[in-house]
Design a protein around this ligand. Structure first.
Ligand code: ATP
Ligand code: MG
Length: 438
């Protein structure tokens, strides 16, 4: 017996249709709209899956029901028991004639923002009242698609023999050096929030786990305010032994195609609500070398020297030429992290790649250095202290297989899959330089 007594939901609103006509059902949700026309009152009830019309012919219902209906306020949480009737003009062609109305919780008025999309609010106002903002079906749709992305990703990895791992997010030193770390107080010492599971997933190769993946938070002290960076993001990371950079590029391409296939297959309703034309191409992603990219970027009037990282303008120039996913390969070793393997014939080039979608970086990956002494040398070359990488380096001295891997920004991929242009839209409670609440 539920603690809600005899109140048990029988249907989500979208499951009430012509097959339900004549049946007594119970729905639970929020009061979306109330239209009192005197002789008849229409109440629209909304739940996660949609909306339904409750119709109250004032002269023909139980007086108690009428009294309860008249007391309803927008966004209150209610349960309604009633009988389903055909109603041509209503949502799904049906309406509910209520027998019992229960208010679980009345909503205070006025509301901090309008959840019905009639009044457009700025993103900051929306984020301040995010719990209400998230009630809007187009916003809910973004997170249904993100949920599908994460689910399909797990299924993909499990089907391909990967083990899911969890690595620590409280760390003693920087992953890659650099300034993007959040220092924290860890008892009497300084520690940091993990900026990437990189070093740990590599150590799992030495542990013999062969193929691993992790879906978890990464923390970056990005100071700039952009539409594609947050200070807390979700990274989908993988690492696999005895595979090269091109092997894990194939895995990434297959994953993206599976995710799109599943979303188009299972999240059609959300795609329609978002007015998205996401389509499965299934075709191989174009592979563009860094050299080719530099030429294209310069030909678009954006100056870029060989050896530089892509500026925002450079990414935009590339995005004008490539209208979907594409790989950028053969990066200069100089601008890649210490653990990236250089090309044997030309060490100025790295076995590293990015996956881009138009002008947005979705993933970075590489074949890694697996030789202890070389790795130690590279750490020093980047101006870092090999001593602070002791625990990591040790794993390379006692049997480390060759390996490769990548990290995908799940929030950025969600932007692509849903068509939103601000990463804040793809995160429930985004963290940026100005925002630490709610
Ligand atoms: P960018 O150059 O766009 O700042 P990056 O090269 O610093 O990204 P990586 O260290 O390669 O990022 O991280 C792997 C992936 O994680 C990126 O391709 C991106 O999708 C995602 N990512 C990295 N930083 C952030 C961030 N601050 N907010 C959201 N996603 C991020
Ligand atoms: Mg990168």
């Amino acid at each position: 017996m539920s603690r809600l007594g005899e109140w048990r939901r029988s249907h989500y609103t979208n499951n009430v249709n012509e097959n339900s006509v004549g049946k007594d059902i119970t729905i639970m949700g929020w009061v979306h709209e109330i239209r009192d026309l005197g002789g008849i009152i229409f109440v629209i009830i909304r739940d996660r899956e949609g909306k339904i019309q409750v119709t109250v012919p004032t002269k023909h219902v139980d007086p108690q029901v009428l009294e309860d209906i008249k007391k309803l306020r927008k966004e209150s949480v209610v349960a309604i028991k009633g009988n389903v009737q055909e109603a041509g003009k209503a949502i799904n062609g049906v309406e509910i004639i209520p027998n019992v109305v229960k208010v679980f919780n009345p909503a205070s008025q006025p509301l901090p923002m309008d959840p019905t999309d009639k009044v457009k609010a700025e993103i900051d106002t929306r984020l301040d009242s995010r719990f209400i903002d998230l009630r809007r079906e187009n916003i809910t749709s973004i997170f249904k698609i993100k949920s599908q992305l994460l689910h399909s990703t797990r299924v993909f990895f499990e089907e391909n023999g990967f083990l899911e791992i969890n690595t620590p997010k409280l760390v003693a030193s920087a992953t890659e050096g650099g300034t993007e770390l959040f220092p924290i107080t860890y008892f009497e010492r300084e520690a940091f929030l993990g900026q990437s599971p990189q070093l740990y997933k590599q150590m799992m190769m030495s542990a013999g786990f062969d193929k691993v993946y992790e879906i978890a938070q990464i923390f970056r002290a990005e100071e700039h305010d952009t539409l594609r960076h947050l200070n807390e993001a979700i990274s989908i990371d993988m690492e696999a032994s005895f595979l090269s950079d091109t092997d894990v590029m194939d895995i990434l391409e297959k994953l993206i195609n599976k995710v799109i296939y599943d979303i188009v297959d299972k999240q059609q309703n959300s795609l329609e609500i978002l007015d998205s034309n996401l389509e499965l191409c299934g075709c191989p992603f174009p592979v563009v070398t860094y050299d080719e990219a530099v030429d294209i970027i310069n030909s678009k009037g954006v100056e870029m020297e060989w050896g530089e990282d892509l500026s925002r303008a450079a990414e935009k120039a590339l995005g004008e030429v490539y209208d979907g996913f594409y790989f950028l390969t053969n990066w200069p070793s100089e601008i890649k992290p210490f653990y990236v393997m250089a090309n044997e014939k030309d060490p100025t080039i790295a076995h590293a790649f990015d996956l881009m979608y138009k002008d947005l970086e979705i993933s970075s990956g590489a074949m890694r250095i697996h030789q202890h002494d070389l790795l130690k040398e590279k750490i020093a070359e980047k101006g870092l202290n090999p001593d602070s990488f002791g625990g990591y380096l040790k794993a390379f001295d006692y049997g480390m297989p060759p390996h490769s891997g990548w990290g995908v920004g799940a929030d950025r991929l969600t932007m692509v899959l849903t068509g939103v242009n601000n990463i804040r839209e793809a995160v429930l409670f985004p963290r940026d330089r100005r925002r630490l609440t709610p």
